[in-house]
Design a protein around this ligand. Structure first.
Ligand SMILES: Nc1ncnc2c1ncn2[C@@H]1O[C@H](COP(=O)(O)OP(=O)(O)OP(=O)(O)O)[C@@H](O)[C@H]1O
Length: 524
């Protein structure tokens, strides 16, 4: 039975044609994915189904209605989970879970009951103890994502729309989420999911609608659902799928570490661990949510201070300089790209250009502080071409960009800073597969030129054919380290669950350089 039938939809935002001819048919008891490159119109289509955006043209039938507002959509049984988390940070967890719910449940449940339900669902989903009275501001990004998900699930929807493009969920959490989706499907719900995680989608979606430049270019059923088929349809014009993840030429040069972290403890009194990074090296960082890896990369980037231990970077003269705050990091050309772009990355009220240029003003202004806008625009144009950022005008607000394109602006800003070390904290969340491949190519070229990369990812597949070393965190410390040829799903997953022998990183410091970094032949 058809739950959703939208046909020949068009939608413009000013001059941007977000959807030109989009159609989607989904049944009850079905998991239906919407896939496509960044900016292809996936979120816009999802928002039309949820009544958040109104179509300019075409037929919309959702559960027999054409929802004209989110409230109308909720009233007919549509729940939505969006990319950009809508949470009131100063309120408690339970207040957020039940925000706006009283009108649907007609104040049927007491505060105590709401708290009980919040605790029950969140502990199941987040797999950790939760106090419903905690303020949302105190919980990590992944728990915030679960709060938004719980809010939608508790409404027992007939249609659930899930725009997961930037979901902050690790591997284990993703499988719990898939389990919830399968349960919903079994109870008859039509689950619509917007995703870039093609490899996972192939395992559990029943149908996929593929968008390219605002047009539905195909629908793929369970039997034909392979990564190759999806990628071919998604990127027929760009040929991204054909791009092999080949290794670039490697950096030939400096033998000494560029960055060293010694005796780092993420909590006071913790057993310390060491870490090093050489020029030309790409180090992947993994771990289950809460294992310490996110805190660690923030320390390396000078954002937070290590409770214990010391981070140093070799400066241009060969001296090791301490990194204890952001200005140390900036002075030593360490750039940071956050995956939590809403909290740490973008300034929602500023334009695309302002968001890009903020950190560059110092470099492109004269002695009187006047910014050289022309020079800045040139840098922007170069970076936007490099990362294929799609937008209307430079002066449009950054929030008018699709999620993936916002993320690209932040990556472009990091490159434009001409860093020596780039630290990326799950940067590919919400970024389409073609752009991911481009990002890997840029990062490899950056490393080949003598830069060094620290790349935290919740998708360990990202490390394959890309990272020179993968360091895995477990229970608050660096637990295992794998060189290139040992980077694989089994090794990394095992370590994420604490299943391999911890390595002694102080020994690793003494060891040979990674195989891809050859010492330079010295002319004598
Ligand atoms: N509110 C808005 N104002 C202006 N332009 C918008 C708005 N919302 C979306 N767009 C534009 O419409 C196009 C499609 O955006 P949409 O968010 O639907 O893409 P998407 O496929 O979900 O992308 P992503 O994978 O990056 O999340 C983009 O070019 C985007 O910049």
């Amino acid at each position: 039975m058809t739950a959703i039938s939208v046909r020949n939809i068009s939608k413009n935002f000013g001059e941007t044609r977000a959807l030109r001819d989009a159609s989607l048919e989904a049944s009850f008891a079905e998991i239906h994915a919407i896939v496509g490159e960044n900016g292809s119109g996936k979120s816009t289509l999802a928002k039309i189904i949820s009544g958040i955006v109104l179509a300019d043209g075409g037929d919309v039938d959702v559960l027999g209605h054409r929802p004209n507002s989110p409230t109308e959509a909720i009233a007919i049984g549509v729940s939505t989970i969006f990319q950009e988390m809508m949470l009131a940070e100063s309120l408690t967890i339970w207040e957020n879970v039940f925000a706006g719910s009283d009108s649907f449940w007609k104040r049927s449940s007491s505060v105590a009951e709401k708290k009980r339900q919040t605790k029950e669902i969140l502990e199941r989903l987040a797999d950790c103890p939760i106090d419903p009275d905690w303020p949302v501001s105190a919980v990590p990004l992944s728990v915030k994502q679960w709060i938004v998900i719980s809010r939608a699930l508790l409404q027992k929807p007939k249609v659930l729309v899930f725009d997961e493009s930037s979901a902050a969920l690790d591997l284990d959490a993703t499988s719990r989420l898939h389990h919830e989706m399968l349960e919903l499907k079994a109870s008859g719900t039509a689950v619509i999911i917007v995703t870039h995680r093609i490899a996972e989608l192939v395992k559990f979606a029943d149908q996929a609608t593929v968008l390219r430049d605002g047009v539905t270019v195909g629908k793929i059923g369970r039997e034909e659902m392979t990564e190759e088929n999806l990628l071919r349809l998604m990127s027929a014009t760009t040929g991204h799928s054909a791009r092999a993840a080949s290794k670039e030429p490697v950096f030939v040069g400096e033998r000494h570490p560029l960055l060293e972290a010694s005796n780092i403890g993420l909590t006071d009194g913790a057993q310390g661990f060491d870490f090093n990074l050489h020029p030309g090296q790409i180090v992947g960082i993994a771990g289950l949510d809460g294992a310490g890896q996110a805190e660690f990369v923030r320390i390396l980037a000078g954002i937070d201070k290590a409770p214990q231990g010391r981070v140093t970077v070799r400066d241009d003269t060969g001296m090791m300089q301490a990194i204890s705050n952001l200005s140390d990091a900036e002075a030593n050309r360490i750039a940071y790209v956050s995956g939590d772009r809403k909290k740490e990355g973008i300034f929602a009220n500023l334009s695309i250009m302002e968001n890009f240029g903020l950190a560059l003003y110092g470099r492109h202004s004269n002695a009187a502080g006047v910014i050289d806008q022309k020079a800045l625009r040139e840098v922007f144009d170069r970076e936007k071409d490099r990362l294929s950022i799609k937008f209307g005008h430079r002066q449009d607000k950054i929030t008018t960009l699709s999620g993936g394109n916002q993320q690209k602006v932040l990556i472009a800003r990091a490159f434009a800073l001409a860093p020596r070390i780039i630290i990326l904290n799950d940067p590919a969340r919400g970024v389409d597969i073609g752009t991911k491949q481009d990002l890997y190519t840029h990062l490899r070229a950056f490393a080949a030129g003598g830069g060094a990369v620290i790349y935290l990812s919740t998708e360990i597949e990202e490390f394959f054919n890309f990272a020179d070393r993968a360091d895995v965190f477990f229970e608050g410390h660096l637990f295992a380290s794998f060189e290139q040829d040992r980077i694989g799903e089994e090794s990394i997953l095992g370590a994420m669950f604490g299943q391999s022998e911890p390595v002694d990183m102080s020994e690793a410091l003494e060891q040979e350089l990674p195989s891809n970094i050859q010492p330079q032949a010295t002319a004598s």
